[in-house]
Ligand binder design. Structure first.
Ligand code: Q9C
Ligand code: ZN
Length: 342
């Protein structure tokens, strides 16, 4: 197994976010990366820097105008007289137009976002962009014959859509890995998203496509973020009909229910006939996570890894959420070791 760690992650370090309408310290911090890096390092894993890929490698997943916005957003935020972390303030709500991209900076920031929990700071673009390089490097290593690779990066990616940031995410690393696997020769790819929150961005990106199957186990969007996507009746559209599987569980669901959902997801992935797997490995379904309410134990992440190994597919694992800093390293290592024992 190879490990691609994002050397630019610490540059994404906003001070606060709005959480349930209150201004609170960010949950998604550089320390998260450090804890995972420490645990992997102590276990003897060699963390590598990514290869660099051109922006064109991102265009099958995100629009050029979205990438251009993100690239220049920090400078524009400062140039419009602001200081401190950049936040959106206005959005095109239902009934308003999305077919005209305004010129005004605040209007564009809202156009490309969906919450106030995802501040953009001085190094956010560089961190997200280098994380994309890590995801693409991991996909290339698996295409080159490696059994598996892990993407140690932040900010995370699975909430980022075709042209929207939110949920602490800017660029969809898992989608980029899946797309790279497709372009590199895998005829079908499956994404399994085990983060506590529904991977709305990954779902949106592949919703009309039959070649990338998306399955997600997550807190029921009736009560859990991201609320406006992730229901069981979302099964894909057009040519993608049947290639999307949402398995929402009520907040507080016990591990046994989570593992029943996992069996459903694995059966569907096997049925789809994928020849490579991408795992959106958020570890916020852990019992001690401060913003989530599933009950997985660290040993359960080992069982998850073992069950994934039994699929017999090469896999790219991508770090998503997980906020109880110390434990997230143990949970990640437990899953990776279950998949590929040292
Ligand atoms: N004002 C991940 O686990 N934050 N993202 C709510 C709304 C939601 C979680 C903020 C948590 C996002 C990758
Ligand atoms: Zn999450």
């Amino acid at each position: 197994m190879r490990f691609f760690a994002n050397p630019a992650q610490a540059g994404h370090c906003p001070g606060f976010e709005f959480f349930r309408g209150r201004r609170v310290p960010c949950h998604e911090t550089p320390e998260r990366f450090q804890f995972v890096a420490e645990v992997l390092g102590s276990a003897g894993c060699q963390l590598e820097s990514p290869d660099l890929f051109p922006d064109e490698a991102l265009h099958a997943v995100h629009t050029p105008r979205y990438l251009a916005f993100l690239r220049g957003a920090w400078a524009e935020w400062l140039a419009t007289g602001n200081e401190g972390d950049a936040f959106p303030a206005v959005w095109p709500g239902a009934g308003m137009r999305r077919d005209r991209l305004p010129e005004n900076f605040a209007a564009r920031m809202g156009f490309f976002s969906f919450d106030t929990g995802t501040p953009l700071a001085a190094g956010s673009w560089e961190a997200a962009r280098t994380g994309a390089d890590c995801a693409l490097s991991a996909a290339q290593s698996v295409l080159g014959g490696e059994r598996s690779a892990f993407v140690l990066t932040r900010p995370p990616g699975h909430h980022a859509g075709i042209e929207t940031f939110g949920g602490y995410c800017f660029l969809n690393n898992a989608a980029l890995a899946a797309q790279a696997l497709r372009e590199g020769g895998a005829s079908r790819v499956a994404i399994l998203d085990v983060d506590y929150h529904h991977g709305n961005g990954s779902q949106e990106i592949f919703y009309t496509r039959p070649d990338v199957f998306f399955a997600s186990i997550h807190g029921d969007p009736m009560t859990e973020y991201p609320f406006y996507l992730g229901h069981a009746d979302e099964r894909g559209e057009g040519a993608g009909l049947g290639a999307n599987l949402n398995l929402p569980l009520p907040a507080g669901a016990p591990a046994a229910d989570w593992f029943s959902a996992l069996e459903q997801a694995l059966a569907a992935i096997a049925q789809h006939g994928a020849d490579a797997l991408v795992v959106s490995l958020g570890v916020d379904a852990w019992e001690g996570d401060p913003i989530s309410s599933f009950r997985l134990k660290t040993s359960d992440y080992g069982m998850l890894g073992e069950r994934l190994r039994q699929l017999g597919l090469p896999a790219v694992f991508v770090l998503e959420g997980g906020y109880a800093v110390r434990a997230i390293g143990d949970n990640v290592l437990s899953c990776l070791r279950g998949f590929e024992p040292a």
